[in-house]
Design a protein around this ligand. Structure first.
Ligand SMILES: [Ca+2]
Length: 437
């Protein structure tokens, strides 16, 4: 219930390519390395402002990130990694709205500009005003398995929230014989003690397995009323080998209706033995997902050491993990025989060394016209907000913002007024707002 108004002024010029700090190839914390990647071909964020001649593409050296972990791997096409460094011209400031969140994970905006904020390990969900006042934790959510990378993860407002009051969230569900990601929805009931009512579990990742790693867990609603859920492969070998197997949910993106039923135009509904919720296969651990202005899904997944990757996952396609990809095991041992293979997609872009993605938004606001259609990704080990400029579905420029904060960025969301809202991943995690100065 406290309002913090500390304002950190940051000249954009200072946070562009000024940092030459080499990212820790591991997550940079005692947590297991959720951080790390593989690719996807073509893609299509539209050029901004159709009809207006485009500026020349950026050129020059990439963001200085240190030597690659696997220098012998070559990109599949020019510009697939180490795009030219770019620099935001608009001066901006970072305002701290609230702090004291224990490893917060996700932000969702209510229609009145208040926010829902999740805390991963505790399973707590808060309502936070634009001024930073925090409600008591919402009651009625089922318990979470908050160990490791599990816990309470993403939260989204239902498309019919104004009528139904339904909110949706992902969490690691304790189960007999292990745990697994689940998606729940319930009606949010406000008051001095907010609560949820009529909790329904609409999706359970199967099979059940004991692992505290590679939880995935991002939710994305589409304008046609479907819900994408990104899933990890549990990290341990028993899970990893299921990432390309359509009989398992591990390492998949799934697409469901808001009540959990299966859309009949999903790609595997007529495949014998396949999980019908599956949209795409061969992913490692997707912690970033967003729609572009054409309402197409883009994701960034934690790859192995030297293999984080940006993809534009399409129905029924195979993104290759663990068979192909960039990077290596965190032990330094090889994983992939090859970076390319028949029937498997290349990433749009990859990072070696990794930036450790979590959270993603594709900017459509008015406050920063120069950012329109740019991709923003939270960086954990890279301790940065990563900005990608995209033309014709290829990355043509990269920037690392907010490196001066020296904070792990867990979440980035565009607010209703066009500001960016961020969460830092820490035991005293902060809710920050980024606006023009
Ligand atoms: Ca891949």
């Amino acid at each position: 219930m406290r309002t913090l108004s500390m304002t950190i002024l940051l000249a954009a010029l200072l946070s562009g390519c000024s940092s030459s700090k080499t990212p820790d190839p591991t997550d940079g914390t005692p947590q297991p390395p959720e951080d790390a990647g593989i690719p996807s071909e073509d893609a299509g964020i539209p050029s901004e402002d159709a009809g207006i001649p485009e500026e020349p593409l950026p050129s020059g050296p990439p963001v200085p990130t240190g030597p690659p972990n696997v220098p012998e791997f070559e990109p599949a096409f020019p510009g697939q990694t180490r795009a030219p460094a770019i620099q935001t011209k608009t001066a901006f400031q970072v305002t701290e709205i609230a702090s004291g969140f224990r490893n917060p994970w996700a932000i969702a905006f209510l229609p009145d500009q208040r926010m829902l904020v999740t805390e991963k390990p505790t399973g707590a969900l808060y309502i936070v005003t634009p001024q930073g006042e925090k409600s008591p934790a919402v009651t009625g959510l089922p318990p979470v398995d908050g160990r490791g990378q599990g816990g309470l993860l993403d939260v989204e407002i239902g498309p019919d929230y104004a009528q139904s009051g339904l909110i949706y969230w992902t969490y690691y569900e304790p189960r007999a014989g292990g745990n697994g990601l689940a998606v729940a929805r319930a009606k949010l009931v406000e008051g001095a003690q907010p609560r949820v009512e009529d909790v329904q579990i609409i999706f359970r990742m199967m099979p059940t397995l004991e692992s505290t790693l590679h939880a995935g867990g991002r939710l994305v609603f589409t304008p046609d009323g479907k819900l994408f859920v990104t899933l990890g492969e549990r990290s341990i070998l028993e899970g990893r080998v299921q990432a390309r197997d359509v009989k398992s949910h591990f390492g998949k993106i799934v697409r469901i209706n808001p009540d959990g039923s299966v859309p009949q135009d999903n790609p595997y509904v007529n495949t014998e033995g396949a999980k019908p919720e599956i949209w795409s296969v061969g992913h490692r651990n997707i912690l970033s997902a967003a729609l572009d202005s054409q309402k197409r899904l883009w994701t960034v997944e934690m790859g192995p050491r030297g293999g984080d990757e940006l993809n534009r996952p399409e129905a029924g396609k195979d993104y290759g993990w663990p068979t192909i990809g960039y990077g290596e095991e965190y032990s330094g041992a090889p994983i992939h025989e090859s970076t390319q293979g028949p029937g498997m997609e290349q990433p749009v872009y990859y990072w070696d060394p990794v930036m450790s993605p979590s959270g993603m938004t594709i900017y459509t606001g008015d406050l920063f016209p120069e950012w329109r259609n740019n991709i923003f990704i939270g960086g954990l080990s890279s301790q940065a907000l990563v900005r990608l400029m995209v033309r014709n579905d290829r990355v043509v420029g990269e920037e690392r913002l907010l490196t001066d904060l020296k904070a792990r960025i867990r979440e980035v969301v565009q607010g209703p007024e066009g500001a960016l809202y961020l969460l830092t991943d820490a035991t005293n995690g902060k809710l920050l707002k980024l606006t023009p100065r």
